[in-house]
Design a protein around this ligand. Structure first.
Ligand SMILES: [Zn+2]
Length: 154
């Protein structure tokens, strides 16, 4: 995904997201890239350093220079905020673990001592239970679950 800083012949600066430079060039040649402000298709690409996608984080200067287009065919939404990545990571853990609820401490202990099959589990443990598990050398990890996910789990 290429994020390009573009400018129309009237001086409106805006951002366009394209699969590649070639995609941009071909859409530009076909007159498909237009200014979100005035629909001008005489667009030039500004030089800009490559950067990471940081969601909505924008430098103040850039935010001021780029009017937010309400709808532009050049833009595609990308889910890349830190919250979105966290949600994905947590979902992955949830998908790979068995929910043993408040039997967590018992199950973790049984697994550790070979009384039951090793597997990924999740559940609730009190602070005391967690400390006891750690004292016994049983690995326990906190799993902060985003509020939005918690609701869908119950
Ligand atoms: Zn314009």
């Amino acid at each position: 995904m290429k994020v390009l800083d573009l400018r129309c012949s009237h001086g409106h600066g805006f951002e366009g997201w394209f699969a590649s430079n070639e995609a941009f060039e071909s859409q530009l040649a076909d007159g498909l890239v237009e200014c979100p402000v005035c629909a001008d298709t005489r667009i030039v690409k500004l030089l800009s350093a490559p950067r990471l996608n940081l969601g909505n984080a924008k430098a103040p200067a850039e935010a001021a220079a780029s009017p937010a287009p309400a709808a532009s065919s050049a833009r595609v939404p990308v889910e890349s905020s830190p919250e979105a990545r966290w949600m994905r990571a947590v979902r992955e853990v949830l998908a790979k673990t068995e929910d043993v609820g408040d039997r967590f401490a018992d199950e973790a202990r049984k697994m550790h001592y070979g009384e039951t099959e090793e597997r990924g589990i999740r559940g609730q443990a009190t602070r005391e239970q967690t400390e006891a598990l750690l004292d016994e050398g049983i690995p326990v990890m906190p799993l902060p679950i985003p509020a939005a996910l918690k609701e869908t789990l119950q």
